[in-house]
Design a protein around this ligand. Structure first.
Ligand code: CDP
Length: 196
């Protein structure tokens, strides 16, 4: 079965948690596409060469989740040649046999416009920044400023800007528990699965 779940949305909205849970529940493969951009940013040097030569070792670095890596990711993510170099890998992953969940910014709009399920997961900025602060610690005001700056850069770039696909279902996790958000997403996937 070929079945793609596209999970897009702004920083720290809960995309990763929801995507991992969906993959586990339905037996799908999961790709955190943000990790690709974080790895490109973290390599330093020419980002286009980094994107073209990305290796599994680059994705296994333990410093990719930091605030600085997030900012570097969103800078290199605005370069069209970087995005182009990462497209085929993501598209192949999306259409692999057995089902796939991809989370990112442009999965439902650019990478896989034909995805069977498209979710746009969001939450109020203060809530997202608080979640990221719980994860990373540090100065709460700085975490909020960085989340807002990154969203702004991601929404306003010319190539594949962050925006919901016209046919995406909006899931606002501001006032939802993790369990409730996962249940809502799982319901939407279950409703679209081919009947056995
Ligand atoms: O986990 P979080 O939502 O904070 O970020 P991420 O998904 O790891 O993405 C890091 C950065 O990579 C984003 O701010 C985007 O600039 C970029 N990105 C992108 O442009 N397209 C994607 N499909 C995924 C990430």
């Amino acid at each position: 079965m070929i079945f793609t779940v596209a999970v897009d949305g702004p920083a720290a909205a809960g995309k990763g948690t929801i995507s991992r849970a969906l993959a586990e529940r339905f037996g799908f493969a999961h790709l955190d596409t943000g990790l690709l951009y974080r790895a490109v940013g973290a390599r330093g040097g020419d980002p286009v060469a980094a994107a073209r030569g990305l290796t599994p070792a680059d994705l296994a670095r333990d410093d990719l989740r930091t605030l600085a890596a997030g900012q570097a990711a969103s800078r290199v993510a605005a370069i069209p040649e970087v995005r182009a170099a990462l497209t085929a890998f993501q598209q192949d992953f999306a259409r692999r046999e057995g089902g796939a969940v991809l989370d990112g910014r442009d999965i439902g709009t650019v990478i896989c416009p034909g995805a069977e399920v498209k979710l746009f997961v969001t939450a109020r900025p203060e809530i997202r920044a608080h979640r990221r602060w719980l994860e990373l610690g540090g100065d709460a005001a700085q975490v909020l400023a960085e989340v807002i700056a990154r969203d702004d850069r991601d929404m306003n770039r010319a190539d594949a800007p962050l925006k919901p696909a016209a046919d995406a279902v909006l899931v606002d996790t501001s006032d939802l528990s993790i369990e409730a958000a996962i249940a809502r997403a799982a319901e939407l996937v279950a409703a679209r699965l081919p009947r056995a």
